[in-house]
Design a protein around this ligand. Structure first.
Ligand code: ATP
Ligand code: MG
Length: 271
């Protein structure tokens, strides 16, 4: 499998008013073409920092990150980003929001019309083109943001807790939808979540980050069938993998506490 995302010993130190904040410490990962990788770790360990570093919007302070062989130093059209908030512009209708990045890239919109129509259909938003964000539920807004990110057909999707603000039922539906989209489009996905259950359900491989500064703790290959069978999340095998990863995170926190270097509030998010 060709490597599409390569994170090589990436570090990030934020300069803040209260002094430097060491957020990432020599973190490395590889995501192959068409692969689905999840990154988990306690709150504040540096997961969002890692993804921002891959968008080219926030420069890293050490190491090297490449996507499709090129260093990440500016936003790129081969990379789509989906964050926790759908970030739709309230004064633009759903379709206008979806077209927004294409307008910024000065693309010929007519070339994308068919593709966008199909994407809207695939996320079941047909008929809502002229609705404004305030008229849409959280799940609908997040589905629109998925269409927006996929509209220009990026090879890579970076997702940071994209369904974190949704209710449990909608979140499960969105996870299933994402797997369908992934199967169809064969995108390469790096997905950040603090929900271990979600990571194991979605990904082929899960990277565990230590508490801040985030460094490599462990990697788990998720040996569960594809497509995920109905009821997989109630099986012992799934439960055992989830438990093993949670134990790893808890033991990383305990280790840092013993060493007197623990800085973040990990327990609150290890559910
Ligand atoms: N702009 C910034 N300036 C200073 N410190 C920052 C900045 N952004 C993030 N940090 C700090 O860097 C650390 C890592 O933050 P980050 O948002 O990457 O964590 P996270 O793993 O995504 O957490 P969560 O699970 O809560 O989303 C935290 O201690 C945070 O306070
Ligand atoms: Mg975050």
């Amino acid at each position: 499998m060709k490597d599409v995302i390569v994170v090589d010993n990436v570090s990030k130190v934020y300069a803040s008013e209260r002094g430097p904040v060491h957020a990432l410490d020599r973190f490395s990962m590889k995501v192959g073409e068409g692969d689905f990788v999840a990154i988990v770790g306690p709150s504040g360990c540096g997961k969002t920092t890692l993804l921002w570093g891959l968008t080219g919007l926030h420069p890293n302070t050490g190491g090297k990150a490449t996507i499709l062989g090129k260093p990440v130093d500016k936003p790129r059209r081969d990379v789509g980003i989906i964050f926790q908030q759908a970030n739709l512009l309230p004064w633009r209708s759903l379709i206008q929001n979806i077209r927004f990045p294409l307008e910024i890239m000065k693309e010929d919109l007519s070339k994308y019309e068919e593709r966008i129509k199909e994407l809207i259909e695939s996320v079941e938003l047909t008929g809502f083109d002229n609705h404004y964000p305030r008229e849409l539920s959280g799940g609908m807004q997040q589905r629109a943001s998925i269409v927006r990110a996929l509209s220009y057909d990026p090879k890579v999707l970076l997702m940071d807790e994209p369904f974190g603000s949704l209710d449990a039922y909608t979140r499960d539906e969105m996870d299933t939808l994402l797997l369908e989209i992934w199967k169809k489009t064969k995108k390469t996905i790096a997905f950040v979540t603090h929900r271990i259950e979600e990571a194991v359900y979605l990904a082929n491989r899960v990277y565990v980050m230590t508490p801040r500064p985030g460094s490599n703790s462990a990697e788990f290959d998720i040996d569960l069938p594809r497509p995920r069978p109905e009821g997989i999340t109630t099986t012992k095998k799934y439960f055992d993998i989830v438990t093993e990863i949670k134990k790893r995170i808890v033991s990383d926190v305990e280790k840092q506490k013993e060493e007197g270097v623990y800085k973040s509030q990990a327990f609150s998010t290890v559910t």
